[in-house]
Design a protein around this ligand. Structure first.
Ligand code: 5GP
Ligand code: MG
Length: 184
């Protein structure tokens, strides 16, 4: 797997340090308001980021997950993401923090955001591990993000290509040859 990596954008140490900074900001925001969070994370990509982030947060929270339809095996996003499954928690009057791995075109986050807003939370904020502003198709900004990256397809730290590479502890790009292989 390591031989498939082209270059590493952020090491595990850099990611850890940045996560601590975001967690401090989120804590400060909610603790100041004496609020408990309902943290809604989007599967599967945000699983690693969420696992690390919540262990750095002091603010009380409850965790819920949503699965959203994804790329399949290509590196092109579906323009109309579908929400698969439902939340187990009541959203009404809760302070929701929506977490995803990456804000790319913005279609996924804006779709889920609308869905959550329709359930009448007291407040809703968003946090993503990565922001890829160059590819935005809808006007959407995350309240907190880990790193802003250029328009490159990245893997690792929860992000996959064709279901693989999520386990890498760093964020990286893949060698072009990987995309021309049959990975099935
Ligand atoms: P959006 O709807 O904002 O275009 O895309 C969000 C979703 O697309 C993310 O949750 C993620 O699953 C996927 N995605 C976008 N860019 C990348 C990328 O560079 N690498 C990977 N592995 N997934 C991406
Ligand atoms: Mg995703």
């Amino acid at each position: 797997m390591k031989s498939d990596i082209e270059h590493i954008l952020f090491t595990a140490e850099q990611i850890k340090a940045r996560n601590l900074e975001i967690a401090e900001e989120i804590d400060a925001f909610y603790t100041h308001r004496k609020k408990e969070i309902l943290l809604i994370t989007l599967l599967d990509g945000a699983i690693v980021f969420t696992a690390d982030l919540i262990r750095s947060l002091s603010v009380p929270l409850r965790l819920d997950c949503l699965r959203v339809s994804s790329y399949g095996d290509s590196t092109n996003p579906e323009t109309a993401p579908r929400i698969l499954g439902t939340l187990k928690s009541e959203v009404k009057n809760k302070h929701v923090l929506l977490v995803d791995d990456i804000l790319d075109t913005g279609n996924t986050m804006s779709r889920v955001y609308e869905e959550v807003v329709s359930k009448e939370p007291s407040s809703i904020k968003t946090c993503v591990f990565l922001d890829k502003p160059d590819r935005r198709q809808v006007d959407f900004h995350a309240d907190w993000f880990g790193f802003s990256i250029p328009d490159e397809f990245v893997v690792g730290y929860g992000l996959d290509y064709a279901g693989r590479y999520r386990q890498l502890p760093y964020l990286a790009t893949l060698k072009p040859a990987v995309y021309s292989q049959n990975l099935s």
